[in-house]
Design a protein around this ligand. Structure first.
Ligand code: PLP
Length: 352
């Protein structure tokens, strides 16, 4: 097997997906399985469907097109507001999208009419994390206009928290979202099918609430792939947290001083970290770098420490045995690490 590589345990991911779907069912919350961290990998898409997911979601049209080309036919949601430059691709490959701009929804309508297709929209509402969403006092206006457009169907409203400022989904803001939905229904005499409450950061709220109000959908990625809720990264009881590992290979191993010599400037990345003299150290270089993975997303095995990382070399120190040339080092990886490693063409992806 070629290195560096991601070793992905599909069975564990499928079990996590099935577990979350089962845990949320009694709360009448449907799971939208988000594929973006795996770039819409068809293997992941299929195992999510086999685990019971009835709808998938991704933030990028390229990933969604990849799934369609692979024969995935379940409904797919675009979870980033569409770009005007990609409307046709969105309409031809996605059944539903999250939206915040009336001009975009109008353009979706015009293109949908041209193409002879229908498209569902969820209007995202700003609840305080200050990423995507219309301000609540503009909701009436955008819903009114959306409802007047042909080939567009308003499916519901939604929100996203935690991603930008870490604002927690809680009883207060979720109740507010549910109340907005009811207010709109009363105002327009309509029924909203979907109240999409958020992402993996909503699970603490969901599992600790005795009443999830009318929130009936969560869009889950991280919790399925890592078995944790996203706010405090606490393990979900019964879920696997060891689904993915990254493996890299040693290409140099030496006893070297810990203090560099010569006149010192900033390094290639504009950094100049303080150095502590640790005497001579067992230092090794891995054929792995920032072009493969964000090193902050790696969790080193016992006895090994990542000291620094440049584009193509990660320097690690081992506190017992020196490492051998060709030796494979296995890292645990977090969401940030996986996002970067999946996106790198240099990292091979293996499923077990
Ligand atoms: C990425 C994303 C999700 C999924 O987030 P996780 O934390 O991976 O569960 C949900 N909704 C939106 C809008 C997203 O961008």
């Amino acid at each position: 097997m070629s290195n560096p590589r991601l070793q992905i345990d599909g069975n564990k991911i499928a079990e996590n997906a099935a577990l979350l779907i089962k845990m949320l069912k009694p709360l009448a919350i449907d799971v939208v399985a988000v594929t973006k961290v795996f770039m819409g990998h068809p293997v992941i898409a299929r195992l999510l469907i086999d685990a019971g997911a009835t709808i998938l979601a991704d933030s990028r049209i390229e990933n969604i097109e990849k799934m369609r080309r692979a024969g995935i036919t379940v409904p797919i949601m675009l979870i980033r507001p569409p770009m005007l430059s990609q409307l046709e691709r969105v309409l031809l490959n996605c059944n539903i999208s999250l939206n915040t701009e009336i001009s975009t929804i109008q353009a979706l309508s015009a293109s949908a009419k041209n193409l002879g297709v229908f498209h569902q929209v969820i209007i995202m509402v700003e609840l305080g994390d200050l990423r995507e969403g219309v301000m609540p006092d503009h909701l009436i206006e955008i819903i009114k206009e959306t409802r007047s457009l042909s080939n567009i169907r308003l499916q519901g409203i939604g929100a996203n928290l935690a991603c930008r400022y870490g604002i927690a989904p809680d009883h207060h803001n979720m109740t507010y979202l549910a109340k907005l939905a009811s207010d709109m229904e009363t105002h327009f005499k309509l029924k909203l099918d979907i109240i999409s409450g958020g992402n993996s950061a909503n699970l603490l709220w969901a599992f600790s609430s005795d009443n999830v109000e009318r929130i009936n959908q969560l869009r889950l990625g991280e919790s399925i792939y890592f078995g944790v809720e996203a706010l405090n990264k606490r393990r979900i009881s019964g879920a696997h947290t060891d689904t993915v590992k990254l493996i890299a290979e040693v290409i140099e191993s030496n006893q070297k001083p810990s203090i560099p010599w010569g006149k010192r400037h900033k390094n290639a990345f504009g950094e100049q970290d303080d150095i502590i003299d640790r005497g001579d150290v067992a230092q090794a270089i891995l054929a792995l770098g920032r072009q493969d993975v964000d090193p902050h997303g790696l969790i080193s095995p016992e006895g090994l420490t990542i000291i620094s990382a440049s584009s193509d070399h990660i320097v690690i120190e081992s506190n017992n045995m020196p490492l051998e040339i060709g030796q494979e080092i296995e890292f645990k990886i977090d969401y940030v690490g996986l996002l970067s490693a999946m996106t790198s063409p240099f990292v091979k992806k293996y499923f077990t």
